[in-house]
Every structure is written in C-alpha cells, then in structure tokens.
Design a protein around this ligand. Structure first.
Ligand SMILES: Cc1cc2nc3c(=O)[nH]c(=O)nc-3n(C[C@H](O)[C@H](O)[C@H](O)COP(=O)(O)O)c2cc1C
Length: 425
C-alpha cells in the first residue's frame, strides 16, 4: 500500500483550487466533481431537519437504499423514491451480465429463539447472490427513465468490473450517460465475484485497489464512493487508499463472509444447492455491532487525515430503526444505507426510520444532522487510556471519601452521611 502523508493527501486532491483533472477538464475549487443539486434548507421551525448534502448531492433525509434486491429494477427503485428514501443505490452492474449466473436457493436466515425456531425473529441473513444478472442495456435504460421522472432525486449506480482498465472506462462512461448522480464502486462482494478477481478480491488488496481507483477517478466526472469489505484485518487501510486515490467517499460495510449452518439431518451446508454450498455474505441486525466497529475505525482515520467538507462516509449494516441510524451518524456517517431491512420490512420502513430519527433529535434538541454527526467518536480511546482514566477516577473517589475538605463544607442536611464519610473503615 502506498503511504501518503496528510499534506500529500490534501494537496494531491484539493489544494490547487483551479486546475486540470487527469482528463484535461477544468476543475473549479476543491469539490469540482460534486453533484449540482444543492437546494435551500428545508428546515421547518418546529421539526428537526433531516436533509443532508453529501458531495454536493442534496437528499431529503440520510436514508439510502443499499445496493441489492431493493434496487434491482425500475419498479422497485421508483417505489423507493415514492416512499421517500433519501437516495437509491441500484444493484451492482457490470458490462457483461451473461457471465453472471445465479443459483437458487441463494438466501439462508438465522432466527432468534430456541434452536432457530421457525417463529423466531430474523436476526441474520446470508446470501450467495451475485451482482445484477439483468442485461446492462436494460439497467441503463431504467436509470435514464428514473432520472427523467425524478430529476431532483438522487440515483447512484453501483458498478463492478474485471481487472481491465478499458472495461472500467467503458462502464463508467455508459453509466454516466444515463444521468445518474454518483457512482458507488463495489470493491466488496465477498462471494462468487472474487473468483473472477472482482469485488472483495480488489478491496482486500491495497496495491490493486490503488491502481483500479486511479483508473476510475481519472475517468469519472461525478462523485465516486468506494464500498469497503469488512473481511479484512484493518478496514482503514483500503478506505485511506480509496480516498487518497481520488474517491469522494467510502461506504461500509458490505456483507461479512459466513456459513449460515449445517443441516443436522442431511449433514449438508446451507444454503444448499444440489447438495453443496459456498460461503456467503452475512447481513441484517446481527451484523450491526460489527458494522459500528468498522465504521468507527474508518471515521477515526478520516477525521485525522481527510477534511469532512469534501469526503463523505456512508454507513451500512443491520439498520432497522432510527436509533440504529443515529448510532452511525454519531460516529461520523453522512448517510445511512439499508438493504436487508427493506427486504424484511418493505419500502415503507423509511417513514418509521425518519420518525424515530426525529424523535431522537428532539430528545437532544438537535435541529440538523450536522448538529450530532460524529459527536460520539471522541469517546473511543485505547484500553491503556481506559485504565489510566479509571485509576484517576478511583483516586478522586477515595479522596472524596476521606471527608469534607473544610469545615465550611458541612451542610447540616447531610450531617450523618458527611460524618460517615470521614470514618476510616
Ligand atoms: C441479497 C443481497 C444482495 C446484495 N447485493 C449487493 C450488490 O449487488 N452490491 C453491493 O454492493 N452490495 C450488495 N449487498 C450488500 C448490501 O448492500 C449491504 O452492504 C449489506 O447487506 C449490509 O447491510 P444490511 O444489513 O442493511 O443488508 C447485498 C446484500 C444482500 C442481503
């Protein structure tokens, strides 16, 4: 992995103000490759304002459909806009859908309750689904139609290609021609695609990632988010490489490599396809704490190395409530994606998410998302520091136990307790 200092990273991307990008086009200011949809604030006097503007893209709320089945065709993406999602990220597309061959069954679910009782709540979801198997031409037509019908709404294309510069350039060009607002790069699908050196195979190899991000960012003229895999020791490394290679944002996390279980009657793994299986990607409520950990790691790195005006973080993993989303935002996320939650609860979930997030904001008197974005991040520290803080607190408590500092501190009301506090044992 290339190691870049703070100064190099900033100067390399934004310091010049005016300049030429790698394609020779004139760039104006630090955020020249941002969307153009910056509208006036929609704040109402009494209600908290959920709207966000991320890399120049204005969204009525921070809730984004995560790439997957909920963004797989025109009908479902239209539904998402109609229900009020802040933005939609379509199912990942590649140049040649004929190479993408899915199997059935491709999902397996984990339920809470005794022995995975069929009635228990679904808390974990494994999939071995590939990227979109629909012809690229069809998907592109649908993106174009959606942008014509919903010009003010944010549509983000998710793309993935093989290790081939010309292929990436062609895909970016064709996707941009549809009028989509931004691109998310799927560097993170953990199953199937890495067998073709795609997805997580790129996101897990920082040298490869840097090279491919270089190709992508030299070509793209709209904001690019790099989607990270959690299946790596230190997720801040690929996140740093993506941002320092020109991406405007990172998204995290994609699914976690998993095996849902072994059927104790047939002795075969699940999901079982003709008696065999392959490890898949784990999502839903059960992954939320892992996603929080990964997002916290990336947010800390971004806070110390990249300026928050120009670089964004989109958090994903197990979101089903406004509180889940608030947690991600408290760590520094600008937007929050939901995929499996929509598969389980439907598109109307966004209304509940908005209400619950507003309730949280009202409780704390926050009027905008920026009021509380990242405020919990500073409370993560090292274990050594926890020990130091605890020893200091114990010393303070002991000192207080020794009694009142001066005779003037006697209150009369608490006389018995105050006397007690000065007894040695
Ligand atoms: C069935 C299924 C298909 C998915 N397909 C894609 C995909 O095509 N591209 C992608 O970037 N992520 C894909 N994902 C990953 C999700 O976008 C998301 O990163 C992950 O599931 C964690 O979020 P969640 O708990 O809200 O689902 C898929 C997830 C599921 C469950």
């Amino acid at each position: 992995m290339a190691s870049l200092s703070m100064t190099q990273i900033r100067a390399g991307n934004w310091a010049s103000g005016f300049g030429l990008n790698r394609a020779g086009k004139v760039q104006v200011g630090p955020s020249s490759r941002v969307g153009f949809k910056v509208f006036a604030s929609e704040t109402q006097a009494t209600e908290p304002d959920l709207s966000v503007t991320v890399n120049g893209l204005h969204m009525p709320n921070p809730f984004v459909i995560g790439s997957g089945p909920p963004g797989t065709n025109y009908t479902v993406m239209k539904r998402a806009f109609d229900e009020g999602w802040g933005a939609v990220i379509a199912k990942t597309v590649s140049l040649d859908a004929a190479k993408v061959i899915n199997v059935t069954p491709r999902y397996a679910r984990l339920r809470a309750g005794a022995n995975g009782s069929a009635k228990g709540e679904i808390i974990g979801w494994e999939n071995i689904e590939l990227i979109s198997d629909r012809p690229l031409e069809t998907m592109l037509k649908e993106f174009k139609q959606l942008k014509e019908e919903y010009p003010d709404r944010i549509l983000i294309a998710s793309i993935m290609e093989e290790y081939n510069k010309a292929a990436w350039e062609e895909l970016i060009d064709r996707v941009e021609q549809t009028g989509v607002d931004a691109i998310e790069i799927n560097f993170s699908c953990p199953h199937g695609m890495p067998e073709r050196k795609m997805g997580a195979a790129v996101g897990q190899d920082c040298a490869l990632l840097e090279e491919v991000c270089g190709w992508i960012n030299a070509k793209a003229t709209i904001p690019v988010w790099a989607k990270m895999t959690p299946n790596i020791t230190d997720i801040s490394q690929p996140a740093r490489v993506s941002l320092s290679s020109g991406c405007e944002g990172v998204s995290a996390i994609n699914t976690i490599m998993s095996v849902m279980g072994i059927n104790l009657n047939t002795l075969r793994p699940e999901p079982c396809v003709e008696g065999y299986s392959t490890p898949g990607g784990y999502s839903a409520k059960a992954v939320h704490p892992i996603a929080l950990g990964k997002v916290m790691t990336i947010a800390k790195m971004m806070k110390s190395e990249f300026d928050s005006e120009n670089y964004s973080l989109s958090a994903i993993g197990g979101v089903e409530t406004g509180g889940d989303a608030a947690e991600f935002i408290l760590l520094g996320a600008n937007t929050v994606q939901v995929c499996t939650g929509v598969m389980m609860h439907g598109y109307g979930l966004v209304k509940k998410l908005c209400l619950e997030l507003k309730d949280f904001m009202k409780k704390h008197n926050f009027t905008t998302i920026e009021n509380f974005r990242g405020v919990s991040l500073e409370y993560f520290t090292t274990h050594t520091e926890l020990v130091r803080r605890q020893q200091e607190a114990i010393q303070k408590r002991k000192a207080i136990k020794k009694g009142l500092q001066s005779d003037k501190d006697w209150t009369g009301d608490g006389f018995v307790n105050e006397s007690e506090s000065m007894v040695s044992n």
